[in-house]
Design a binder for this molecule. Structure first.
Ligand SMILES: NC(=O)c1ccc[n+]([C@@H]2O[C@H](COP(=O)([O-])OP(=O)(O)OC[C@H]3O[C@@H](n4cnc5c(N)ncnc54)[C@H](O)[C@@H]3O)[C@@H](O)[C@H]2O)c1
Length: 384
């Protein structure tokens, strides 16, 4: 264990896809340079004990293994929790975690619906001493960080339009088996928006681009899928959502399109952000993970896009040379550094300025997603 570092003793609830990603990020903390804090995985919890051995085999710091998350909350050996469980469990678990005084990095959407999110928000407000944040890693990609800086510098002139999205394609296969993310009772009525919406909305909301109106195009393309036994069962969740929003901020007034698609042919976890302005434009997609495209414009000048390969330019310095590529697990590691930094130093004392998605931002994103459902029901533009 590294010396002169504040150890943050973590419990993980939910040891599935994302729980293991956090374990892996914690295991390569040495990748990050010059930090005075470090997470240590002390407790693990999942209702499926078959997931314990991977952690037990790889982390000799694990002291508590349990199928009941309350065991982690009752332990004085745990300071903070990472919670990555299905959406129907968010409100109860997040509230119990916060009330137990444990700091929380919770997964999106931070409640299965706006009512569940409101319950979590009430606990956040009642417990201001607890640090609470929502997982969202794409803004930590080097090009995303650059775009954020360009927005904060006011480089875009008059913003013409913004596109932000997250695209998947594996659901194009009608024989892909159903899982909880395609069931309304567990994933929520938001469907793909609840799963992917925070990824697309995090930077816009951080920039103050809360939509004032939303018009939603929602599609449920594949309505039945095989279950584990091969029998066809209803698949009721929205596969694709495109939200056409209007944003007004100071002297800016522009359309913003939010795309969350599970059936986007050929796309594999493609996160993108495209901002077009009269003085400057920028676009980035994880499809070409190094490449940031920008265009400066001054009256009468030629209109030529520039292409810049950014390399490994990170919010928190690492051992990786700047000539190498950045990827998904690197984004998670950076996000984790930001959460631990905020926990140890407070938001004002962080080593860099981009903090994790806030509970208030999750509340705003719920307002947008709830308006999208209403827009679909009424087939109308909803004013927020
Ligand atoms: N940040 C991202 O990029 C990202 C990506 C995928 C999923 N997620 C989010 O992470 C969360 C989990 O998704 P996942 O893909 O890891 O799901 P998963 O199904 O792989 O893992 C969820 C785990 O929770 C466990 N679980 C269920 N009920 C439990 C209970 N009562 N007590 C303890 N454990 C329980 C399950 O056994 C499972 O192992 C969701 O909120 C999802 O939206 C985030």
């Amino acid at each position: 264990m590294a010396k002169n570092k504040q150890i943050i003793r973590f419990g993980i609830i939910g040891l599935g896809l994302m729980g293991r990603e956090f374990g892996s990020a914690a295991a390569r903390w040495c990748h990050l340079l010059n930090l005075d804090f470090e997470p240590q995985i002390v407790g693990i919890c999942d209702s499926n004990p078959a997931l314990f051995p991977w952690f037990a085999d790889n982390f000799d710091t694990v002291r508590i293994q349990t199928t009941d998350y309350r065991d982690l909350l009752a332990s004085s050996a745990i300071d903070a929790i990472y919670c990555a469980v299905p959406h129907n469990l968010h409100a109860d678990m997040y509230c119990d975690i916060i009330r137990a005084g444990k700091h929380l990095l919770g997964e999106k959407p931070f409640g299965i619906d706006s009512e569940a999110n409101a319950r979590i928000m009430a606990c956040v407000e009642d417990n201001p001493q607890v640090v609470v944040a929502c997982s969202s890693e794409f803004p930590f990609f080097p090009a995303a960080q650059r775009i954020v800086r360009h927005i904060q510098e006011g480089r875009f002139g008059t913003i013409l339009e913004v596109w932000s999205g997250l695209l998947h394609s594996s659901d194009l296969d009608p024989n892909k088996k159903i899982n909880w993310k395609r069931m309304i009772a567990i994933n929520g009525e938001y469907g793909c928006m609840g799963d992917l919406g925070m990824h697309a909305l995090h930077i816009p909301l951080r920039m103050g681009w809360m939509p004032r109106s939303v018009h939603a195009q929602l599609s449920n393309v594949i309505r039945r899928r095989p279950d584990a036994s091969g029998q066809l069962v209803p698949c009721e969740t929205w596969d694709n959502a495109t939200l056409s929003c209007r944003v007004t901020q100071a002297d800016q007034d522009f359309p913003m399109y939010i795309q969350t698609h599970r059936i986007a042919p050929g796309e594999t976890n493609t996160w993108y952000l495209r901002i077009l302005g009269t003085a400057f434009s920028a676009e980035y997609s994880t499809k070409q993970p190094k490449t940031l495209r920008t265009m400066n414009y001054a009256s009468g000048a030629e209109q030529a896009w520039s292409v810049l390969d950014l390399g490994y330019e990170t919010a928190y310095p690492t051992i990786t040379g700047g000539i190498f590529e950045f990827g998904f697990s690197d984004g998670l590691l950076q996000m984790w550094a930001a959460f631990c930094d905020q926990l140890v130093h407070g938001r004002e004392g962080m080593k860099q300025g981009f903090y994790c998605a806030t509970p208030q931002e999750t509340q705003q994103h719920h307002r947008v997603l709830t308006a999208a459902l209403e827009s679909h029901r009424q087939q109308a533009v909803i004013t927020l």
